[in-house]
Design a protein around this ligand. Structure first.
Ligand code: NAD
Length: 360
């Protein structure tokens, strides 16, 4: 494989995450990923409108271009990553493609499906690789949920709940401003909805509401209930005023439930060992008696560890390089990104009308 040079437009928090991952190897839980950076790929340069980020680039051995035009005119650069605020992804990606570069956009790819179509058209016209950093397809909590689903560990699954909860409101930067594509649907929703779309089957119905608890201009959270063609319901929820977090994932099957607590994949599976042994000791509450809500007796259930799944986020860029060389096809396809964009649009429509939206 040939060696590739990448340049970053927008060297803020996330731009620098890419620099570290590619040139040094990433970090997880304070520990550096084994094996260092990405083979055959180097972040060679960057351009940022902030002077201090230009200085930061130089201090980390990157060439700091004086303008985006200068960066795009450099024949040494094969791939451009755009990691600016969301509203600038579309114009900068199109410019990069027109300059003959392969292009990677941070998520959300842009703010509407019609904008995305223009970006796709530009990539087709340029004949260059264009993809989106939907990195959370490599999250081990998501892959664990997928394994539970794919290996049918709980019997027929009727409900999946996927939540991310914070308690500091929406960040006070461009993420709070509609003109920059702020709001939590576009910020975190884009990840957990992308994950939801990786589960098999079409989504027939979308019913959603947005929250505006800490910010009146853009949503600071949302609930979206997605009904799949097989009847399974997927609840996607982002909250930024949750001082007590709910588990990252709950998966409910006919014969068991799974709970994944957080990104570090702690949790458990509880499965029934014998459906027919369903007698229980009723619970007496001050106001009454219930057998239905009494716990199962210990001999009829079994607690198990979650299955172990390992992933390596560097595979995102390995796939980009292999696609440029014609040896693989993109893992994050533009069709999948368009489907997600249309899902987010359906969520906004449902939240506005207060009614379910049909989808697919
Ligand atoms: P940030 O504010 O830290 O960084 C954005 C950078 O872009 C800043 O340094 C800013 O000066 C620069 N910039 C703004 N306008 C510019 C212009 N015209 N030309 C060049 N540079 C310009 O924001 P961030 O948290 O790094 O987010 C950047 C992007 O990354 C966003 O699209 C965000 O959604 C995405 N992101 C993705 C993930 C992920 O997990 N995939 C995580 C965080 C952020």
């Amino acid at each position: 494989m040939k060696d590739y040079n990448l340049a970053i437009i927008g060297l803020g928090g996330m731009g620098n995450w890419h620099r570290e991952l590619i040139n040094e190897g990433g970090w997880f839980g304070g520990v550096k990923l084994e094996g260092g950076g990405i083979e055959h790929l180097k972040v060679a340069g960057a351009f940022d409108i902030k002077k201090e980020r230009q200085e930061f680039a130089k201090a980390h051995g990157l060439h700091a271009y004086n303008s985006m035009e200068e960066l795009l005119a450099d024949p040494k650069i094969d791939i451009v990553l755009v990691s600016t605020p969301n509203d600038l992804h579309k114009p900068f990606i199109i410019k990069a493609l027109e300059a003959g570069k392969n292009a990677v956009s941070e998520k959300p790819v842009t703010l509407s499906s019609s904008d995305l179509q223009e970006m796709i058209d530009a990539s087709k016209k340029a004949g260059k690789v264009f993809t989106v950093h939907q990195n959370r397809r490599w999250d081990e909590d998501y892959l664990t949920a997928r394994k539970i689903y794919d290996d049918n560990l709980l019997g027929d699954i009727h409900r999946i709940e996927s939540r991310v909860h914070g308690s500091r409101g929406i960040p006070g930067d461009w993420r709070g401003k509609p003109e920059h594509g702020g709001g939590m649907v576009l910020d975190w929703g884009v990840h957990i909805l992308d994950q939801a779309l990786q589960f098999p089957g079409k989504i027939k119905k979308v019913y959603a509401s947005l929250t505006f608890i800490t910010n009146g201009l853009v949503d600071d959270g949302f609930f979206a209930e997605l009904t799949y063609e097989n009847g399974m319901v997927f609840l996607a929820e982002v909250g930024t005023s949750n001082f007590i977090k709910l588990p990252r994932w709950m998966i409910l099957g006919r014969n068991g439930s799974a709970q994944i607590d957080d990104f570090s994949v702690k949790g458990k599976i509880v499965r029934v060992t014998d459906w027919n042994k369903n007698d229980a000791i009723p619970i007496k509450t001050a106001a009454g008696l219930t057998k239905t809500m009494a716990p199962r007796t210990p001999e009829t259930i079994k607690e198990e560890a979650l299955p172990e799944v390992k992933s390596d986020i560097r595979d995102f860029y390995r796939n980009v390089l292999a696609t440029i060389e014609g040896k693989e096809t993109l893992k994050v396809t533009l069709d999948s990104v368009m489907r997600n964009m249309k899902l987010m649009e359906a969520i906004f429509r449902s939240a506005k009308s207060g009614k379910p939206e049909s989808f697919e």
